[in-house]
Design a protein around this ligand. Sequence first.
Ligand SMILES: [Zn+2]
Ligand SMILES: [Zn+2]
Length: 290
Amino acid sequence: MSDEDDRATDPSEAFGLVANETRFSILRALWDLSERRERAASFGAVRSEAGVRDSGQFNYHLDRLTPEFVREVDEGYRLTEAGRRVVGAAVSGVYTDRDVTVGPEPVGECPGCGGELELRYEDGYVLVECGDCGRGVFDMSTPPVLVAECDDGEVVDALVRHATAAFQRMNRGFCVYCDGPLDSVVEPLVDADDDSDPVVELSCRACDRTFRWSVAAGVLDHPAVVAMLYEAGIDAREFPVWGVFTRLDRDVRVTGEDPLRIEVSIGVDDARMELLVDGDLTVVDHERVE
Ligand SMILES: [Zn+2]
Ligand SMILES: [Zn+2]
């Protein structure tokens, strides 16, 4: 239903309103005051917390933040949801911490050449690529705050869990960038020179970004697969998506073109699940084979 024109404030105008150090101090002050469970904060309390001496200047900037980011209520001022999002995004480091890097850390065997897959964090992405042939098997936007807030010994695990959760959320249909709805379309054509799987392409209706991954990864959170993994001692909530290449035995084949049908066979230990997937990644049939 929504069209850019229907929105109350132009995005570039909204970003312009917070592109100022004093205004960000005011948002952060309101955030900190509301953390102490004060529903609203008085003009004086916010000014003191924000450290703005000049009352006129403070008043001017507070006024510019209203009503998009700050709302005036009977008891004083409070953040809107947009105001909380701005503070959260700033704390996440996504706009500022450009040089944070982690890795490379070995995470398994390359499905292409048998070399070592390596996990790295750079440029705001978790990347899993082969150190030998260069093949990339996974990338996911991940905020730098995880690296900043985790001890050295836990940072790789935190990055893996965040990337896995973000992937699972996208598989359920929500864009990692804008939270808009994603549409899934299975692409049956595979380059004849390439040994990679047929892929599903997910495109965001709102921001137009597209994402692609193996159809086998796309069915990892089907309950029948989750149950099979659980019996094999694997908790799907913590199973990284590249595990589909390093830990599972998979086979993905096109079995019908009109309508499109893809057979995905996933094996772990002695168990195997065969799933029949249609053109928008819906599992239309599945069978456990031993
Ligand atoms: Zn390789
Ligand atoms: Zn989007």
